[in-house]
Write a protein that binds this ligand. Structure first.
Ligand code: SF4
Ligand code: SF4
Length: 368
């Protein structure tokens, strides 16, 4: 059964498929400590769902196995600069790329790589449903299953490590020895008993590159992330005013941050994506910040619906765009920012005023 499930998963576009038992994750206690330290910020759904995250039986009573799948989303195409996302690009290069004016001098924003595709919840969700159907054909009428992609109440990285998909690195993300850091994860909890695969062990060794590269010291110790300091959290999940101490660290990032993933030496094994390259959205690669700032709600929806960038909503994304513009040296952005400073949403208006002050202060310092 296991090899048939794995073959079907591959047919559906998943790059890895391995099995673990539905026993509670070994990391449940560490997760509880992390919650007690309130490092989850305002992601209140995490403590709310903690009992289910610590025990798969609360998600699917009678669960016996967890089918873990992964999709590689690395893209590299040296002949197509729009898709030129070399996973070996280092942080210095990434910053130089996004800080410099591109083309006719428009200030550009940078979104995390996984966001430069159609929404992976849709892409993976429909395929996981097909895999569930296949598992039910194999297991018979009594088999029950529940599929999760990211949003489900399971500690997915821990199960992925226990299934041998990869290992959790010191930056707390999953790393595959076959695909590097560029994996999207999904799980199917099922009542079907399946033989478990051996777990993967950690292969970070003495490396500390991700801890050293993080611009906000969000990786407070190996395997310990304080989400409240993390640019991914601040630009996506956090709904309020971005603390002043983190704004310049954002650079041109408007959604997420890939720095700790990019510097990881395991990316030397990254391979070109199979499934996600069919869902690449070139229009989300370094979008023009001034164009984004002009989007009203209808424009925002039409541009970002069914992409990850819709998650923070217009309010959150335009807040991030203001910070990114404030970090550029583009006096030409002042007109767009002045309009945003009168946005009826106080969050956008406050960040637009901050950005104008930054640009004007730099102009004054230069005497221009
Ligand atoms: S995503 Fe960025 S801010 Fe968050 S831990 Fe990694 S490097 Fe630091
Ligand atoms: S950069 Fe080094 S320490 Fe960090 S996850 Fe990768 S191998 Fe581990």
């Amino acid at each position: 059964m296991k090899s048939r499930i794995s073959a079907r998963a591959r047919e559906l576009g998943f790059d890895l498929c391995r099995i673990t038992s539905a026993a509670p994750p070994e990391t449940g206690a560490a997760f509880s400590t992390w919650l007690d330290q309130r490092r989850y910020g305002n992601m209140a759904y995490l403590p709310r769902s903690a009992p289910r995250r610590r025990d798969p039986q609360r998600v699917l009573p009678g669960a016996q196995s967890i089918v873990c799948v992964a999709v590689n989303y690395a893209l590299f195409d040296p002949h197509n600069p729009a898709l030129g996302l070399s996973p070996t690009r280092d942080r210095k290069h990434a910053d130089a790329t996004v800080r410099a004016p591109i083309g006719r001098g428009q200030p550009r924003g940078l979104a995390a790589r996984y966001a430069q595709f159609d929404d992976y919840h849709d892409v993976m969700g429909s395929r996981l449903e097909s895999l569930v159907e296949f598992i039910h054909q194999l297991g018979g009428a009594d088999t029950r299953s529940a599929a999760c992609v990211d949003t489900g109440p399971v500690l997915e990285r821990d199960f992925a490590q226990r299934a041998g998909i990869g290992f959790v690195g010191k930056h707390t993300n999953l790393i595959s020895r076959r695909f590097g850091n560029w994996l999207l994860l999904g799980e199917i909890l099922t009542t079907l008993p399946l033989e478990a695969d051996p777990p993967e062990k950690n292969h970070c060794g003495s490396c500390l590159r991700c801890l050293k590269a993080c611009p906000t010291q969000a990786i407070v110790a190996p395997f310990e992330l304080d989400a409240r300091r993390c640019l991914s959290y601040l630009t996506i999940e956090f709904k309020g005013s971005i603390p002043l101490e983190f704004r310049s660290a954002l650079g041109s990032r408007i959604f997420g941050c890939d720095i700790c993933l990019e510097v990881c030496p395991w990316n030397r094994f990254a391979q070109n994506s199979r499934l996600m390259k069919q869902h690449a959205r070139c229009d989300l690669d370094r979008p023009d910040l001034r164009e984004l700032l002009a989007l009203d709600e209808a424009g925002f929806q039409s541009r970002f619906a069914r992409t990850p960038l819709s998650r923070p909503g217009r309010r959150g994304l335009l807040r991030n765009v203001c910070v990114a513009l404030g970090n550029t040296d583009q006096g030409g952005a002042l007109t767009a920012l002045d309009r945003a400073a009168h946005d009826p949403g106080p969050l956008i208006a406050e960040h637009a005023r901050w950005a104008m002050e930054q640009i004007q202060a730099r102009q004054a310092a230069r005497g221009t």
